[in-house]
Write a protein that binds this ligand. Structure first.
Ligand code: ITT
Length: 191
């Protein structure tokens, strides 16, 4: 096994995601670059199914070893909504809309889930890695770091602050994305 030459291209349109991923992968000796191609994103209620379809498409379009992530926020009081629809819900309702849906409920449990799918021209099928972080939905938006639902998500073990109040390094110690990427990096280095 050699650390030299371990590279995986991260296919995303979200620079924040890439930036978090780059730090985690670098710590584990995997170099990455952001590949901004439009990989298809199928509608499915399963994050792994979505990530696998996207990563297959990305390899076909690029001919490179690539990573694709599909992530979502699952809120208990909303029966797991927005889950696989997190991107659409963020663009339409936004964090304020989600807080509004939760007005009057003190059941605030939620979790972020990430599926990282890796695929390359040499492989027969994609390989997936999962990460999850439990936490709660705050009553108000707090903080201005990060992206997406970060201002309303307070991770367990995060000293009572939201992801949006953390540096990237702090978020990476806890996040769903970092957990999945660490598993990927350990496996990738061993291949
Ligand atoms: P790509 O598909 O291009 O990678 P995206 O932002 O659409 O970018 P996802 O479909 O994986 O990424 O994520 C769905 C949404 O879930 C995303 O738009 C965010 O609003 C939210 N989300 C995912 N991870 C998050 C995180 O770490 N912090 C806050 N919100 C997050």
């Amino acid at each position: 096994m050699s650390l030299k030459g371990k590279v995986a291209f991260f296919v995303t349109t979200n620079f924040h995601k890439f930036s978090e991923a780059r730090h985690v992968l670098a710590e584990h000796g995997v170099a990455t670059a952001m590949l901004r191609i439009e990989a298809i994103e199928i509608q499915d209620d399963n994050l792994e199914g979505i990530a696998k379809a996207s990563v297959r498409d990305a390899v076909e379009k690029s001919g490179l070893p690539v990573l694709v992530e599909d992530a979502g926020l699952f809120i208990d009081a909303l029966k797991g909504f927005p889950g696989p629809y997190s991107s659409y819900v963020y663009r339409t309702l936004g964090t304020r809309g989600v807080l509004k849906l939760m007005e009057g409920t003190d059941k605030r449990n939620a979790y972020f889930y990430s599926v990282i799918a890796f695929h390359s021209p040499e492989r027969v099928s994609p390989k997936c890695f999962h990460g999850k972080v439990e936490g709660r939905i705050t009553l108000n938006e707090q903080g201005n770091q990060g992206f997406g639902y970060d201002p309303i998500f307070e991770p367990r073990g995060g000293a009572g602050i939201t992801f949006a109040e953390m540096t990237t390094a702090m978020k990476n110690r806890l996040s769903h994305r970092a957990q999945a990427l660490r598993k990927f990096a350990v496996w990738y280095r061993s291949t």
